[in-house]
Write a protein that binds this ligand. Structure first.
Ligand code: ATP
Ligand code: TZP
Ligand code: MG
Ligand code: MG
Length: 268
């Protein structure tokens, strides 16, 4: 049942080619644009405070990512986010590195307070720090977590009243009442920078065409995880550089048959 819904959601992304407005970090900008194109979405990066409100209102989704945040960029994110909220455009938030410095943590909290966020996606440490639970983080990478990520995601979803996605070896996603765990993925994703950031933008593309944000999340995570498994298999023994390119290739090819065959999803 869920596999059929995932397949039809992926088909809708490819058919509708949603415009995804990204305000993201300088590390991952090109990879994100290429990943969205490979998936079948239409990326745009726009940052000037003079234009972000106009861009956000015509987009299918707005993705905010604080990976290399600056005061000007945050101002632009808040303007874009308010416009998206006014025009019912879903806002996806990636709180990169929340918890690593007080400025990042405070900014992440400001964004969720001032905007209505549809979906927040991060590693366990980022989500924990956004809601005020201490969890070690090293730079932008998750530290060793000892907590229960299902409980953490459910607590965060109830507190923030959003869909919450915590990624890692297994990915947990919840709207606070329904919860899914996606087991697809490959450890080599942790050796390519920006695979988390691109994922947040891919979630944006799925959320642009599917109003049920939890279904959009499950569909995005399964598609992304299976793509990584296929690409890792094809570049075995080569390494992260070849994997990164093959990942983009496979994002454009991953099929309904692949999803039926390889999806590993549990509904809790
Ligand atoms: P971090 O900075 O902690 O790496 P991130 O923002 O890069 O976080 P990840 O949690 O790495 O985001 O998630 C990106 C993708 O990588 C997701 O699809 C996730 O399922 C996958 N992933 C991460 N770690 C693993 C792993 N050990 N095994 C399989 N897949 C993984
Ligand atoms: N530094 C600031 S943002 C960034 C780095 C290395 C990219 C993080 O990407 P991801 O997807 O969270 O691994
Ligand atoms: Mg990662
Ligand atoms: Mg990240």
């Amino acid at each position: 049942m869920i596999n059929k819904q995932i397949i039809s959601t992926l088909e809708k992304v490819r058919k509708q080619n949603p415009l995804v407005h990204n305000i993201t970090n300088v590390v991952v900008t090109n990879f994100t644009a290429n990943g969205l194109l490979a998936l079948g979405a239409s990326p745009v990066m726009a940052y000037a405070k003079e234009e972000v409100a106009d861009m956000a209102k015509i987009a299918g989704a707005l993705v905010l990512n604080i990976g290399t945040l600056t005061p000007d960029e945050i101002e632009a994110m808040l303007i874009a986010g308010k416009s998206a909220n006014e025009h019912n455009v879903p806002v996806i938030f990636d709180p990169v590195g929340a918890g690593a410095t007080p400025y990042r943590t405070a900014t992440a909290r400001r964004i969720i307070e001032e905007l209505s966020i549809s979906t927040i996606r991060g590693n366990a440490a980022e989500i924990a720090n956004v809601i005020g639970i201490e969890w070690t983080i090293k730079g932008v990478d998750a530290g060793e977590g000892h907590g229960n990520t299902v409980e953490l995601a459910q607590t965060a979803a109830k507190q923030l009243k959003t869909t919450v996605i915590i990624t890692g070896k297994d990915d947990v996603m919840t709207d606070g009442s329904k919860t899914f765990v996606v087991h697809n993925g490959h450890p080599i994703l942790t050796k390519v920078t920006g695979t988390g950031c691109l994922l947040s933008s891919v979630i944006g593309a799925f959320s642009a065409i599917e109003k049920d944000l939890l279904l959009a999340a499950v569909s995005a995570l399964v598609t992304y995880g299976i793509t990584s498994e296929i690409a890792a298999n094809l570049t075995e023994e080569k390494g992260p550089g070849s994997f990164q390119i093959e990942f983009l290739n496979q994002l454009s090819k991953v099929s309904s048959e692949d999803i039926s065959k390889y999806a590993r999803v549990d509904k809790l």
